[in-house]
Design a protein around this ligand. Structure first.
Ligand SMILES: Cc1cc2nc3c(=O)[nH]c(=O)nc-3n(C[C@H](O)[C@H](O)[C@H](O)COP(=O)(O)OP(=O)(O)OC[C@H]3O[C@@H](n4cnc5c(N)ncnc54)[C@H](O)[C@@H]3O)c2cc1C
Length: 325
């Protein structure tokens, strides 16, 4: 049986959902699952309970003052030290920017190869020194076949490539690893993080109302805002919209925007260009509202309303309000 080491990504005092995705993904591998929890921001016992429920057997806490603030170099050294100490067959993180950055630093330190953003983790990854992997490139518009040959296989699983699903396991064991981290690695540290928005974000919203060029102006997004507020969702948009200055870039869905994975994506007046589609394709269901039944977004959607978004969206909002009153 293989030993698998998963890097826990944290945000404040929480382990992020992306790590739960990585733990779900490694269930396709036959092995003991170890998690590296770096620093003291997250309570180790709480993490052991949470991560155990997603299949972790042991949580190893990497302790050093330098690690209590995120820094890619120091975290990379911590992961490299954990790899040397635990000798895992496979090392996994979620393919977020943080996950990939730390894996890349650790791999470079150890002189090991690293394959980022895999679509799945095939069972052979745990057993064979040489394995074929498919990885997501260019935000999803290109799938690349890769061969990884190494005694220690370091990979990241694409963010949102799998859905986090609890396995119902017991709390993981907790062990501590004292780390001797080079003091000069504190030269790159995240000294402040300002959340641009609180609560439901575009990336986590259960429902996203996306508007494209056909919306026509910043003011014309009012019905989308109203629907998002009625349904507890968020407004998204295409790049045509951000290029026109109607919405800020943080609302953009796509290759150069945010990758969304809502239960429902309502795409209004959006043609579904590949660069937009790669950010929307993880949506569970898509409803397209478009005047063109041949539009790419329409052909990929689960539901389609053929019509003018300026009439359809206010009518939907009115109907929701009527039913709730
Ligand atoms: C390197 C690169 C990166 C890019 N990154 C992104 C990205 O991250 N995200 C992104 O979105 N784009 C991105 N793009 C741009 C992308 O190629 C498209 O140009 C863009 O997505 C088009 O936006 P749109 O669908 O809103 O507009 P259009 O393509 O103009 O589509 C408008 C749609 O509205 C429909 N329509 C017209 N009138 C109505 C109406 N009254 N009611 C309902 N429907 C109507 C039309 O039938 C059409 O389907 C990128 C491009 C490049 C080159």
């Amino acid at each position: 049986m293989a030993d698998i080491l998963v890097l826990a990504e944290t945000e404040g005092s929480e382990v992020v959902e992306a790590t739960l995705e990585a733990l779900t993904a490694v269930r396709s591998l036959d092995g003991d699952v170890h998690v590296l929890l770096v620093g003291d921001a997250v309570d180790a016992d709480d993490a052991a309970e949470q991560l155990g429920a997603y299949g972790a057997d042991t949580v190893h806490v990497a302790e050093s003052d330098i690690l209590n603030t995120f820094g890619p170099e120091a975290w990379g050294q911590a992961l490299a030290s954990a790899i040397e100490e635990l000798s895992p067959d496979v090392v996994v993180a979620s393919g977020t920017s943080k996950g990939n950055e730390v894996l890349a630093h650790a791999a470079a330190r150890l002189g090991l190869p690293f394959v980022a953003n895999c679509t799945v983790l095939p069972a052979q990854l745990a057993d064979d020194d040489e394995v074929e992997l498919t990885r997501i490139q260019w935000g999803g518009s290109l799938l690349e076949e890769a061969r990884l040959a190494a005694e220690t296989r370091i990979v990241s699983i694409g963010h949102h490539a799998v859905e986090a699903e609890a396995s119902g396991g017991p709390a993981a064991d907790v062990e501590t690893i004292d780390m001797a981290i080079d003091a000069d690695l504190a030269r790159t540290q995240a000294v402040g993080r300002e959340m641009a928005e609180a609560g439901v974000t575009l990336a986590t919203a259960p429902i996203v109302f996306g508007g494209g060029r056909a919306v026509g102006s910043a003011e014309a997004f009012a019905p989308l805002e109203e629907l998002a507020s009625l349904m507890g969702g968020r407004v998204g948009c295409s790049r045509a919209v951000t290029n026109n200055g109607w919405r800020p870039h943080r609302d953009q869905v796509g290759q150069t925007g945010t990758r969304i994975a809502p239960e429902l994506y309502v795409a209004s007046g959006i043609s579904g260009a590949i660069q937009h589609w790669v950010g929307a394709m993880a949506s569970k269901k898509i409803l397209a509202i478009n005047t063109d039944p041949e539009a790419n977004m329409v052909t990929k959607a689960d539901y389609f309303v053929e019509g003018d978004l300026h009439k359809v969206l206010p009518a939907v909002a009115d109907e929701i309000k009527r039913r709730r009153s």
